[in-house]
Design a protein around this ligand. Sequence first.
Ligand SMILES: Nc1ncnc2c1ncn2[C@@H]1O[C@H](COP(=O)(O)OP(=O)(O)OP(=O)(O)O)[C@@H](O)[C@H]1O
Length: 941
Amino acid sequence: MANKLKKPAPPKPAEKPVKKENPRPVTEKLKQDREEQVDLKKLAKDERTWKIMGTVSLLVAIFLFLAFISYFFTWKEDQDKLMSEDSFLLNDELHVANLLGRLGAWTAHGFIYNGFGAASLLFCTFFFVLGINLLTNRKVYSLWRNLRYVTFGLVIASVCFSFLFGGSDFPFGGRVGDMISNWMSAFMGSVGTAVILLVVAISYLIWQFNPTFKMPERKAKPVVVEEEEEEEEEEEQDLHFSEMDSRAAAPLAQKSGTAPKAVLAETRPMVMPEMQTPEPKANALKGDIPLTLNVPQQEQAASAFALVEKETEYAAPTTSVIQPAMGAELLEDFSGHAAMDTAEMSKPAAPVVIMPKRAFKPEAELVINNPVAPESPAIEVTEPEEDFEPEVSQKPEPFFEIKQPEPLPEVTFEIKQAEPEVPESDFDGAGRQKDYSDLPPYEPTLDLRDYKFPVLELLEAHGSEKIVQDAAELEANKNQILSTLKNYSIEIQKISATVGPTVTLYEIVPAAGVRISRIKNLEDDIALSLAALGIRIIAPIPGKGTIGIEVPNVKKTVVSMRTLLASDKFQHSNFSLPIAIGKKIDNENFIADLATMPHLLMAGATGQGKSVGLNAILVSLLYKKHPSQLKFVLVDPKKVELSVYRHIEKHFLAKLPGEEEAIITDTKKVINTLNALCIEMDNRYDLLKEAGTRNIKEYNEKFTKRRLNPQKGHQYLPFIVLVVDEFADLIMTAGKEVEMPIARLAQLARAVGIHLIIATQRPSVNIITGTIKANFPARIAFKVSSKIDSRTILDAGGAEQLIGKGDMLISYNGEIVRLQCAFVDTPEVERVVDHIGVQRGYSQAFLLPEYVDDKEVEKGGDLDSGERDPLFADAARLIVQNQVGSTSLIQRRMKLGYNRAGRLMDQLERAGVVGPNLGSKAREVLFKTEHELEEFLENFG
Ligand SMILES: Nc1ncnc2c1ncn2[C@@H]1O[C@H](COP(=O)(O)OP(=O)(O)OP(=O)(O)O)[C@@H](O)[C@H]1O
């Protein structure tokens, strides 16, 4: 039929003469030109062109290397001939000793004698790197960086050699080295030249190898990803390797006449010669939809050790299962990619494309995509002096081998904030603002200057953390999903998979015309057919245009806290309060700033990972913050969950004045503490207002620059994090009395550095009320028992589908992300806490302002009537020292509630220390010197 329809076409030639006016030859020429251009472009992009160039480059490297090495031994014999013969290269009668004949001798002479001496060997490395990159079509080594090293290395090494071995017969530094060295010696003398060269040579070595001198580790870990990425752009201009990505790969396959049945785009290159299978069998599933596997980069694949292990593990199931299931045929050998070094493998790489040799028209394509490994973990200890080997995949040494610092004797000393020594008044006699800028900046950490941050060795790696990709499982799930959708007549174009630590995300691109809601409605049916708990359907995945089906992995991977804290993202985060929460499906570390959240609500049924989550947050803060910068207020009605933190009371905990225990377990005390926090918040706002700053960051900056006078009550403000472990319990017992201060703090406390983390087992609407919810934009849901609970926490379903054990959803910045929470076990927390606890701390916990319940005051009668407040004398001294009769000064400096400070002021007035109330102005202070006051106090009793 088609042919018949085409036959009537001949009239066309008849039309040709009509268009005679058109300059046909010109058009044809243009066409031809364009075609030629297109061909050239194709040629430039053709993989084979790069390979040929790569081979040539490698041969050049080898040629130069042999010629140079040979020259070292034969130069004496060949040099005369080289220098005396004009047509050295063309004279066939000349016999030279160089291994590579006249060409080798001539080239080596040119490079070594006339050029850079022995340093010319560096040219070989350049051609080698270029060759490897071209041959593998990848950036195995950074060409740009190598070029820089070679260029500087040539000059520096040749000059150094010339200087050191100038007297030798062999041209160690070459002409270039001799010239520069001679000039330098004449210019600055031998000693000057030696010093300069030493400095330059050391700088060069440091630049190239990094001062840690941990070259093997550094090379093995993908820390360089960012650096590499930067350079990648530069390199792309030189080499267009990046064009050989998965996008280019598919057309390539088609071009070669092979419509791929399965296109596997892999993040990591894997050598699996055994995967090469014979020609396709007749049992190839017709119309089978290939699966695209988004293999997440294991961040800890930084170590070569982990990578090798992973590869072998992956190879076996893939071989045995994928091929028969997919009907995939002989897979091309991709061993070329195995040449890639570990550093390359561990960074985001262009997908490797495995092409079957036989053409096969699939219904939809099965592609194994390649999520970008988000970051390279720096498995480095916080303490640089600790020599920690980052072998995450190995079990750490038993704990008893880790030396704990000797407990220091308990020292009691006065809390004395190292306050800057600034004059009492900000203004000089002439009323001008005094300038303190010449004083050194205030350093809050100096109070505990010997404080040592916890080291990563205190935490465990919890297994190898290798993501187990079971090809059989992937294929089976894919087929189940497809057949379920097919049963409901839903056609799809493509399916891909991303394997995460706990779940695998299957991304589906539906065929044109399929309504998303239809797939969404099949959630339960798909779950049933996969016979798995924890299926979650995201339709559509925001910003992607695909539909996601999350299916739990049979074998789950524990995400250890240590991995997260070792990651580059955490180590180099400049967040105010960085918290490492867990890993996303694509294995990206989820690290957020609590200060911007600014409060966090956590909910989940019992035993689903809440306490572990809380510990993860607390531990991440302990790893990043100095005791002077952060205080915790811990509320633990269950009495056991947070009790481990009591050891760090004198470092990191805050409590009410006069309280014995810093960790609050009694509901009544919780109310007082929350109200005290409200007072602290108000006090801080007063300070901010006086300082003319808008938030704690600006305030602390101004304070450290000594632009705020501590005599006026200004002080460095630590962040305060309130953690409530069982909020439901509090609401049940205290109701509004707890809800109101929490809501007030949640609304206002962010700017003054007070942040709330509230956890609850019962996420019902009477616990998480509208007021609470409105002020907690960041929420975490562990597995809950019903969809209603999930809606109460996240305003969306899904948390009821989770699988527990730290599987969680976080609603943050307006999107809901599934994470596997980092796991930190109680013994690990104990170790971290003990590490801090044995160090010298403050003399007591950070004191919150005192809060006196009005009702209790009423019940207890007027304190003023009989006796004087025990703090009377201290308050009088404070007022006289500062010569300011202000209630808020007493409140702030003595950490008292407003009522008590007011009563003290009344007593001071009655005693004649201060004058009467002057409205908005401070009261007059009637004692001008402390001496007068002391005499008065002695007589007054
Ligand atoms: N992130 C995680 N990774 C692996 N396992 C986890 C994780 N979080 C929790 N688990 C497992 O689940 C168990 C219960 O966790 P956890 O104690 O945190 O639950 P919970 O929600 O606090 O329970 P409860 O409310 O009863 O205190 C842990 O002992 C641990 O075995």
